[in-house]
Design a protein around this ligand. Structure first.
Ligand SMILES: [Zn+2]
Length: 299
């Protein structure tokens, strides 16, 4: 398994460490870097300037044992040992840090970890961030997890964001649980509350349910994310699942992310007269409500 840093990431990490140590009074690395790059400023070596700096960053990076620490973190995951050819670390392209998998062929993979230089200089990166991302990567190549890249192009961006966010929440909790990182409980509860519109005891029930489920697969997690009513039911959450975001409207049967509360008795009566077995708890989407309001002449 090879570990490679994007040059820009390595440079920033090395710079950061050198200056942090110098600020703390240890100028060994700063002097070493100055020695290694001294000749880059001589006119005779002007054409080699870039190479000289590259070598200096590589050399100090190896003294900091960055590659070794990344490799050691990855070797804790048996599937990665066997199936991953290369780990590439680079600065994030978007806002967030995380790992993704590039498929070389059916049997070999490359892990691309996007992370900020600051994160790499923090000691706990190798004990928390990287193991978390490596377990995510292992899930992605684990045949039992059955990971699939799902296209959500048919949804509007708000719907897509909420499904991705719910998916990420459940997957992160499932990862932390297998790493025995139960100390993230408060963060987990907050994310459950925000993404599943629940609070208090109901958030706890969902967290407990995920933590107590021995094995999750991609399709299970995706199912919970796109139709949370199934998660609510399995986690025994006391709420009204028929008005849960992503549940089907009881009139048109299309999934809806919002449901209207029908307080107007006339409206309820006209819907009931046409639809029969409807109760006030039934989830009715805003489009259907609008349709009946027009029928009632309310617009
Ligand atoms: Zn509807």
């Amino acid at each position: 398994m090879r570990v490679n840093f994007a040059p820009s990431l390595l440079e920033q990490v090395v710079d950061e460490v050198i200056h942090k140590k110098a600020d703390e009074g240890d100028t060994t690395l700063l002097s070493l870097f100055a020695d290694l790059t001294e000749q880059a400023y001589s006119p005779a070596f002007a054409s080699l300037k870039e190479e000289i700096f590259k070598y200096a960053y590589e050399y100090i990076g190896s003294k900091l044992e960055l590659r070794k620490q990344v490799k050691e973190a990855a070797y804790k995951f048996p599937l990665l040992q066997v199936k991953v050819d290369e780990i590439i670390l680079k600065p994030p392209e978007g806002k967030s840090e995380g790992a993704d998998i590039v498929t070389v062929n059916d049997k070999q993979f490359i892990i691309v970890v996007e992370m900020r230089p600051r994160s790499l200089t923090m000691r706990n990166t190798f004990e928390t961030f990287l193991p978390h991302e490596f377990l995510r990567a292992q899930d992605m190549i684990d045949p039992d997890f059955k990971y699939l890249r799902v296209s959500l192009d048919h949804l509007n961006s708000a719907e897509e964001n909420i499904i991705r966010s719910r998916y990420g929440t459940i997957w992160d909790i499932y990862i932390d649980k297998r790493l025995d990182k139960f100390s993230n409980k408060e963060e987990h509860l907050e994310r459950i509350g925000r993404n599943f519109s629940v609070s208090g005891e109901n958030s706890e029930k969902i967290l407990l349910f995920i933590n107590n489920t021995p094995k999750l697969t991609h399709s299970k997690i995706f199912g919970y994310a796109s139709a949370p009513a199934s998660l609510m039911k399995e986690a025994k959450v006391s709420s009204n699942p028929s008005t849960y975001p992503g549940s089907n409207c009881s009139i048109c049967a299309f999934p809806s992310f919002t449901f209207a509360e029908i307080k107007d008795p006339d409206l309820f009566e006209i819907i009931k007269s046409e639809k029969g077995d409807l109760n006030p708890e039934s989830g009715i989407c805003p489009r259907c409500v609008e349709y009946y309001q027009i029928k009632l002449g309310r617009f």
